[in-house]
Write a protein that binds this ligand. Sequence first.
Ligand code: ADP
Ligand code: MG
Length: 564
Amino acid sequence: SGGSETLEFQAETRQLLHLVVHSLYSDKDIFLRELISNASDALDKLRLESLKDADLAADTSDLHIEIRPDAGARTLTVRDDGIGMSRAEVVDLIGTIAKSGTAGLLEKLKSAKDAEASNTLIGQFGVGFYSAFMVADKVTLVTRRAGEDVGTRWESTGESTYRIEQAPYAPQGTSVTLHLKPVDTDDHVFDYTAESKIREIVKKYSDFIRWPIRLISTSSGDEGTVVEEPKTINSMKALWSRPRSEITEDEYREFYKQIAHDWTDPLETVHLRSEGTFAYDALLFLPSHAPFDLYTRDAKRGVHLYVNRVFIMDECDALMPHYLRFVAGVVDAHDLSLNVSRELLQHDRHIRGVRRRLVKKILGTAKDLQAADAEKYRVFFDAFGRALKEGLLEDADNRETLLDLLLLESTHDETEPTTLRGYVERMKEDQKEIYYLTGASRAAIENSPHMEAFQAKGYEVLILADPIDEVWADQVLEYDGRPLRSIAKGRVDLDDADEAAGDADAKPEREDFTALLSFLTATLGEQIKQARLSTRLTTSAACVVGDVNDPTPALEKLYRATGQ
Ligand code: ADP
Ligand code: MG
């Protein structure tokens, strides 16, 4: 229907709104960044759509963002002449949080320890439009989709309902008017109608937005007329296309926060320019923590694709392999069609080349970080180590580098993980293989009977307690020419000399046990291949050992679960 309706926010939206309004953000200024970012997205979308569809009835002659403060009315309006929204889109996009993972996020927020922890969570989620309710007690949105005749007006106090109706004369694009809360500096609500405040926020958060952001100041002219003076208050320079030497650390950080919807600083920044036959700029970041959905099916990818500063798509999966989905940033390719589809990109020879180079660069950056700052690297690995392990299975070309990047628990040290390099350096002179044991937890692995002989002999064993360890350890056959060997499989040649000496002594012993061994073989029957005497145990009476080529029990379980 086209008439006026009052609708309820979806339950989760209501909860999220409540959290946003009640003290989650300490920095309320960011509401303006969110609204500007939405306006900028809307302009990008319109520009792209009009380039693709020449018949789109839209005005693209002066695409820009306008900020209009009204101190008398205590309102602030952010307007764009971008793509706009249809009525259905308003209901869908503004009235509902369709984003997956909302429930999980709310759960985590409830148990977050402090404001900063909550900010980090919310920031990853990108609460966006709703942040307006941190500083406004009523928000009015008027929008008309490019190409459509009639607009939509939406209004809410951010409690449980919103009102929606037709807006016949709405201009193309979207305007969001905030009816500002009273200034309360103790609560970080400033006077957002003050020009200086608006300029400060725009400079800080939105300076590189590639559309003009115009601040409209009004003054009274002759005979009671009102004179409007628009001033562009952002520099509009795409950060990635500027030379590195001219960019400050601060600018990099703010840019990262903007595109990654993160509140925390990135760990590392990678900025490169390629001027070969296929020219491009890339500005990429390693975040300092994993987004809450990194290991879920719908984890997003962080690299956005631009063509000559025109936004083309986010989550560009052709530019980063799945395991590096946590890398955030921008790639601006100069010689691509604006109409490229995801499909085409996947098969584009040049894009594949860019991707290879970017992967090398990212892994190289991680390696440099590992060498330069162990503590910082630990933060990185704690957040993304599991993703790198996926890389061992996905990315055969970079396997050696990925193996070097691993931090693994081992019997060598209870608190400090080791690299494989470190393990190899500590290997005993006669030791030919890298020993590991997988299991459900460090404690379970340490107490495993398989461990006994190794501990007795003082061999170091890697403790692999992450479920994905089963999978990569099974597929990666060696590191630095040394075979990786599960101590739960096959016969272990711990010490040939020992074994030989033991054999002589063991003769009578072996006879003592013949009866027991035949009993075990007969009783366990089909369930085992063989029952044999072993020197591998020191205190336990017996243990189950797999054949060298058998999958480990945990891997068997995993295969069964995935139907293999
Ligand atoms: P996000 O920007 O992360 O998607 P937001 O809460 O900021 O989340 O916005 C939700 C959605 O509402 C946007 O994805 C967009 O589709 C729509 N939207 C918000 N602001 C605008 C705008 N100014 N013009 C057009 N669409 C908008
Ligand atoms: Mg947004």
